[in-house]
Structure formats: C-alpha cells, structure tokens
Write a protein that binds this ligand. Structure first.
Ligand SMILES: Cc1ncc(COP(=O)(O)O)c(C=O)c1O
Length: 389
C-alpha cells in the first residue's frame, strides 16, 4: 500500500462544509469567498485579453506589465520600491506562493514556527519539505502572540516563521509592538519570515497594517505573499504574487517554474490593465467594515433579551467573524457546525480545524464577504437555532 506523505491530512474543511451547504441548500458563510459580482470592467478585460491573443504561456515570473503594476501599487501604498524584474513573481493564487516559499527555504529537519490556530495550507507545505512544524499557541481568547513561548522555542534548527496578519481564522491584527518583536526575533536569529498578507487591505477601525514590505531590513529575510483574489473579489481567478529580495526570489522561482511554470495569461493581462487604469486598490476597509458591522448588529440583536447567546469576538481585519457558542451547546465545534448546516441551513467553519490538535474552544468562523441579503438570511437561520435551543 502507498505510504501517505500526509497521513494526517484529509479533505480540507472548506470543501467539506461547502459541499454540505450545497447538499442542504444552506446559506454558505463557511468558505471565504464573496458572493457579490466582480467589477464588469474586469470581466471585459479578460475577454479582451483573450480576444487579442493572449492565450499562450505567460512568462515564468509573470506578465511584465502586471509585475510593473504591482511595483507601482506597492510604492503608492507602502512607499517602497520593489524591483518587478528581480523581486516580484506572479503565482497561481497565494496558495502556490506559500508552497513555493516554504519549499525554497525549508530543508529536512528544519523547524518552522507556525501559530495555533493557523491557515491550513502552511503545515502540509512544511511537512512535504521534510520540515518540522512547531506550533506556538496564540493566547486565548485574544489570539495574540505568546512572546515567551516564541523565544523559548527557537533553537539552532529553527529556520522560518510563518506569520499572517490580518489573520485567518481569528480576525486578529498584528500590533506595531508585535511587529517589532517579530522583526527582532527574525533578525537576531538569522531566520526567514514568510508573511502571508492576503488580507492587507481588509483592516478596520483605523488600524494600520504593518507590512513587511515597508521594513527594508526585515524584507531582506522575507517572502511577502498577497492575492488578487481577496483584493478584487475574484478568488476563482487564483492570481497571487510573492515579493522577496533577489536572492530569495531566485530560489523561489526555481520551485515555481516546476510547480506551475506560469499563471493564466488572460487574467494577468486583465489585472495589469485594471491596475494601470485605476492606479489604486478599492476601498476595502469601508466596504467590509460596513458588512462586518451589519453582521455583528444582526447577531447582537438575536441575543436581545436572552441570558445566553452567540458571543462575538473582536474582528480587526479579514472578512471573518468568530462566534463563541459555548453558552448554547456542549457539542464539539465540528459536530455543531455540521448540525447548524444540516438542521438550520447555515454553514460556517469550526475553528478547531485550524489547530494542530483540533483544540475545541467552541468557536465558529463566519465569512461576511456576502450580500446584505445573504447576511440577513444567515441571521435568520441563527435565530431559528436560538428559538429551538
Ligand atoms: C490566510 C490565507 N492565505 C492564503 C490564502 C489563499 O489565497 P489564494 O486563494 O489566492 O490561493 C487564503 C485564502 O483563503 C487565506 O485565507
């Protein structure tokens, strides 16, 4: 029998919950994707690019004009110049970039610091490189960094830290002090940093996103990953990118060229023209903050007059809202999430799936990147559950 290289990995929970939601015709707030239409200008641009003949392999590192466009955007947002030729690579979603970055620096026996909970694609990438994931729990219920634990876990085998802010699944945002702390740890120990910044533009309440791009010294040891899927509501296009200094980009591209070689050509042309014309990213802060607040008010109003109810966690960024249901059920979060989907028509993600040992704090993740009417329906389903509980 074939010996599995990932014996503990099953089908991702996103596929499981989305399939369950479809089967039961449930409102799907599980997987993180918007249900509103993309800008028709973008879809027209894809059509135009394809009609104009951009249908063959794109350059391995990405279409030049798109890399130029990213460099300009980064300059405008973070005030730094990144070399499109030597430092920017277009990938098939952030997922590919994360995998290639891990593969580029992690060797057999290297330790990689991951936080618990963390996005589910990190650990398999580390394992497939022969690395050893070292999970450091985030504090609960704040989901903050435990500095002492991070420092005490570093040894001569530690190679890489994978950081994600704003954070999926927790919605927590790295503070300026946290950023300084991570910076110090990386530089003092000659580690590498993989900074997953796919939600860089989705941050609320006037908070600042501390991008590794804006710190020259830290950037020299880092891969910074982002995704157009999140920024332009086009998760299905799977176009992301990695920005890293030349030395790291050289190694990154050696992996990328045999992983996918290049990313879909017409989509790259469409994005490059779109960026060139708009010269900015949309105001995602206001756009998603309104939806976050709308969903939070709906959930709060469900609890009116009740002693128990769903408890809201703070959400500083991303489009995910966590709800604590510990006052409502003793079921573990996977069982509870499935029951809500099947019996009450609302799908979410149990947060335990983001933990190494499936730590169950009785917390579910709801994606609010949805039409207001979808959020209304979701709240109605949660209300039905409450009335029956
Ligand atoms: C934290 C995080 N990183 C990476 C990704 C993957 O991005 P992409 O769809 O561009 O591959 C996601 C998608 O949900 C994510 O939440």
């Amino acid at each position: 029998m074939l010996r599995s290289k990932l014996p503990d990995t099953g089908t991702t929970i996103f596929s499981v919950m989305s399939a369950l939601a479809a089967e039961h015709n449930s409102v799907n707030l599980s997987q993180g994707f918007p249900d509103f239409p993309v800008d028709p200008v973008l879809t027209e641009l894809v059509y135009k690019a394809s009609k104009e003949g951009h249908n063959q392999y794109a350059p391995m590192a990405g279409v030049n004009s798109l890399r130029d466009g990213i460099s300009e955007l980064v300059n405008k947002i973070y005030g730094v110049r990144k070399d499109p030729e030597k430092e920017i690579t277009i990938t098939s979603g952030a997922t590919e970039a994360l995998f290639a970055a891990v593969s580029a620096v992690v060797d057999r026996g290297d330790e990689v610091i991951l936080f618990d909970p963390s996005y589910d694609s990190y650990e398999p990438a580390v394992l497939l490189s022969g690395g050893i994931p070292v999970r450091i729990p985030l504090t609960f219920p704040e989901y903050g960094l435990d500095r002492e634990k991070i420092i005490s876990s570093i040894n001569s085998k530690t190679r890489l830290i994978i950081l994600n802010s704003p954070n999926n699944p927790t919605g927590a945002v790295l503070s300026g002090d946290d950023f300084k702390f991570i910076r110090k740890v990386i530089l003092e120990n000659d580690l590498y940093l993989l900074s997953d910044e796919v939600y860089e533009h989705i941050i609320f309440d006037g908070m600042k996103h501390y991008s590794v791009l804006s710190d020259d010294e830290l950037f020299r040891r880092s891969f910074v990953v982002s995704s157009f899927g999140k920024t332009f509501h086009i998760t299905g296009w799977k176009v992301g990118y990695c920005i890293a200094p030349e030395e790291l980009t050289t190694e990154f591209r050696k992996i990328h060229q045999f992983l996918t070689f290049s990313t879909s050509t017409p989509f790259q042309y469409a994005l490059s023209e779109y960026i060139r014309e708009s010269k900015r990213v949309p105001d995602l802060k206001g756009f998603y903050e309104k939806r976050r607040d709308y969903f939070r008010v709906l959930v709060e109003s469900l609890g009116a007059g009740r002693e128990n109810g769903f408890k809201l966690f703070p959400c500083g960024g991303t489009y995910f809202q966590l709800l604590d249901y510990s006052a409502l059920s003793d079921e573990n979060d996977l069982v509870f999430a499935k029951r809500l989907t099947v019996e009450f028509g609302i799908a979410s993600i149990p947060v335990s799936v983001f933990y190494k040992n499936n730590t169950d704090n009785k917390v579910l993740r709801f994606c609010f990147a949805k039409e207001y009417s979808t959020l209304d329906k979701a709240a109605e389903c949660l209300g039905n559950f409450l009335r029956n509980s």
